[in-house]
Design a protein around this ligand. Structure first.
Ligand SMILES: [Zn+2]
Length: 331
């Protein structure tokens, strides 16, 4: 990894500030929120928006800011989920498509619970379980990926933003560039690049590449970029769950220098976040315990260094507060 100037500044500041001196500082996240905030959250699947940033979205809106959620996929490639929901053992392409439709409806209910309007929610309709194929193999628009679940090669017509979009990395990047350029976020929330679910890490890479491509032209948005983690081993189930408990970073998360930032939720935000998670009925059915283990008193983010974070002023970078990792047996 190249050591960019912001990276060095962050590293120096985090080393200079003793933990005791950081304790009372507002988190860098709070410093980024105001009525000027234009928050854009990328969710690989319906439910990630509530798990990762359900509280942050509420806070941005309550302060008078704007927020949008972009769903990369409709979560239509989940055999265990379809089998459980529909009580069938061999789902067909039609079953998978209908499952995606159901998850899209649930995503609408969850985002509405968080305070978003229909127009604030964007569905790209790309293939669940296929984003890494697009990133690694189907990068150009010369050939397209076919979902082994829905058997589709392109998003549903109602979800196409750029005409003639097919399932390939080239077209996905064009769509992401369009939504970034249309909204011009000043706070961008993406999955952590080291999230163990391939759709999550690929979402990070697609969004950051699209952002850099826009910025190269000199006209693109320059948001602060923060990441959220959903999948890392059994985390965070081992830490218990529910309001009254604090979410801590997984102990063995790679990258010692990682700056986790804790964002505290108020009681109303906690309750609404929990309700938003519960709106994802189909997912509660398969992994309710896991989903509710994100319903805590706080949310965790990492200030992304690879993205350069030109949207963060130096003073804000200095407000990073270190969060202790989970105890060994719980990580
Ligand atoms: Zn996901």
């Amino acid at each position: 990894m190249q050591w960019t100037l912001p990276f060095v500044v962050i590293l120096m500041l985090s080393k200079l500030l003793a933990p005791s001196a950081q304790a009372d500082m507002p988190s860098v996240i709070e410093a980024l929120l105001s009525r000027e905030t234009r928050l854009m959250v990328f969710a690989p699947h319906p439910d990630d928006e509530s798990l990762g940033a359900g509280g942050l979205i509420q806070r941005a809106l309550s302060l008078g800011g704007k927020a949008k959620v972009v769903f990369m996929t409709n979560g239509d490639g989940y055999p265990e989920g379809v089998e459980l929901l529909d009580h069938i053992s061999h789902p067909t392409a039609k079953d998978y498509r209908e499952y995606g439709d159901e998850r899209r409806v649930e995503a609408g209910h969850a985002t509405a619970a968080l305070g978003l309007l229909e127009g604030d929610v964007i569905f790209l309709g790309f293939p669940d379980g296929g984003l890494t194929n697009l990133w690694k193999t189907f990068r150009s628009d010369s050939h397209s990926y076919r979902s082994p679940f829905t058997l589709e090669k392109r998003p549903p017509p109602s979800e196409v933003i750029v005409p003639k979009t097919d399932y390939n990395g080239h077209d996905l990047k064009k769509e992401i560039k369009r939504v970034l350029d249309d909204f011009k976020p000043n706070l961008l929330v993406v999955p952590a690049p080291r999230d163990q679910h391939p759709d999550h890490s690929s979402t990070y890479h697609f969004v950051i590449e699209a952002l850099r491509s826009l910025q190269k032209k000199g006209t693109g948005p320059k948001p602060a970029v923060i990441t959220y983690l959903v999948h890392f081993g059994q985390w965070p189930v081992g830490q218990g769950s529910g309001t009254g408990s604090t979410l801590k970073p997984p102990r063995r998360f790679p990258g010692r220098e990682t700056n986790w930032v804790s964002f505290a939720l108020n009681p109303k935000e906690r309750e609404v976040k929990r309700k938003a998670i519960l709106k994802h009925h189909s997912q509660m059915l398969v992994m309710g315990r896991f989903l509710l283990s994100f319903a805590r008193d706080n949310e965790l983010f990492v200030v992304d260094r690879q993205a350069g974070n030109r949207g963060l002023k130096r003073g804000q970078q200095g407000r990073l507060s270190r969060v202790p990792h989970a105890p060994k047996k719980q990580g």
